[in-house]
Design a binder for this molecule. Structure first.
Ligand SMILES: O=C(O)CCC(=O)C(=O)O
Ligand SMILES: [Fe+2]
Length: 377
């Protein structure tokens, strides 16, 4: 029956329903790149008898020397992963006005929300080509964080995925790293607990297509080598090459996507908590190979940060003790220390609160005794 002229449309009908078109991975590059040899951690073995201990042994070298590894058989369905890529892709196609409705508040070092590709890269005349949307954990403490329309409309799916990633991957990695450190298994899990406040976020990210000339200018200014700010970073498999890590030997090698796998890296706050025992590896994203230069590089990542109230203090690990890494200060319970929130916010503010991205090769960032080198060639 046709609606009568007097019928008013329901609120739902007047609201724009955003179509989330299915996204699929583009073809991998056919160029022969120098790929980094990364070990695979098979999480399907985690709950087998002795499985965690075996996996911890497998992970030891990657966590302490390489800084990168790949998780396989996480139990997260690739259909769900692709759904997240599709939502992210849809978000980036939204009008700029909508994307700008909830921006990252870099003045406060806050990273939730939309980061626009608006900043100039030094004096090159080229702007950065990265946009991202960082979505906080789906816990009551963040209920009032503003949500973009596409996030609001797909919130049940996003919320379920967010927690699933933490539960099936982040939690297990923290257990394995705690075993390596001979700490109680839940020690690092508790320091990064999902239900407590932290700046953890799920990230949709896109490197928009730009010309080879623009890439060359940007890369000529800075190749953007960096370490990540938090504790662990997960990168879901996507096919546009460009991510490189600096190997223990000092060479740059490409990270090859593994179908169904998740590339993982350790980051700065985990290095602080372990006095440098866990390695936060320098990495960067360089110009994609010629056969992918015209493909937008869509990313899906999860960033794990220390809990807001987690003290940035060395963990009481017998391994660190035996290695002589724990000082009297580290062991002094009365030594004043900064919290995870204070550190992470200071770091985000330092890197991102600017309109022109500066060249910082060779400089460092220091916050109340916690120090990291900036931008590596
Ligand atoms: O896009 C990638 O492959 C890595 C991005 C990255 O390093 C970062 O966002 O910290
Ligand atoms: Fe990174």
């Amino acid at each position: 029956m046709a609606p009568s002229a007097t019928e008013t449309p329901s609120t739902e009908e007047t609201q724009r329903r955003i179509l989330v078109k299915p996204w699929s991975r583009p073809a991998p590059t056919s160029e022969k790149l120098d790929w980094a040899p990364l070990i695979k951690i098979d999480l399907s073995r985690f709950d087998e008898p002795g499985g965690k201990e075996e996996l911890a042994k497998d992970l030891f070298h990657a966590v302490t020397k390489v800084g990168f590894w790949v998780v396989v058989n996480s139990g997260i369905d690739d259909e769900r992963v692709l759904k997240q890529f599709s939502i992210g892709n849809t978000f980036f196609k939204e009008p700029l006005e909508e994307k700008r409705s909830a921006p990252c508040n870099f003045a406060n070092g806050e990273y939730f929300g939309y980061r626009e590709n608006s900043r100039w890269i030094g004096d090159t005349g080229v702007k950065e080509n990265i946009e991202m949307l960082n979505i906080p954990k789906t816990i009551p403490a963040y209920n009032d964080e503003p949500k973009h329309e596409v996030v609001r409309q797909n919130y049940a799916e996003i919320a379920g995925f967010h927690r699933e990633v933490w539960e099936k991957v982040i939690r297990k990695l923290f257990v394995l790293i705690a075993i390596i450190l001979e700490l109680p298994e839940d020690y690092l899990v508790n320091a990064h607990a999902y239900d407590e406040k932290s700046d953890d976020h799920l990230r949709y990210m896109i490197y928009n297509v730009r010309t080879k000339k623009e890439w060359d200018l940007a890369q000529g200014y800075s190749k953007g080598g960096h370490t990540d700010f938090g504790s662990l970073t997960l990168l879901f498999s996507q096919h546009v090459a460009g991510l490189q890590i600096r190997t223990p030997e000092g060479d740059w090698k490409y990270v090859k996507p593994v179908d169904g796998g998740i590339t993982c890296n350790a980051a700065d706050t985990l290095t602080f908590l372990t006095k440098g025992f866990v390695k936060s590896t320098v990495h960067r994203v360089v110009t994609p190979p010629a056969d992918q230069l015209n493909v937008p590089r869509l990313g899906l990542l999860y960033f794990s940060r220390p809990g807001d109230n987690t003290p940035m203090k060395a963990v009481p690990s017998p391994v660190l003790e035996r290695l002589g890494l724990l000082t009297d200060e580290d062991k002094n319970p009365n030594q004043p220390v900064v919290t995870g929130l204070e550190y992470v916010r200071a770091r985000v503010k330092d890197v991102h609160h600017k309109t022109v991205l500066d060249k910082r090769e060779g400089t460092s960032f220091e916050f109340k005794g916690l120090k990291v080198a900036n931008y590596y060639d």
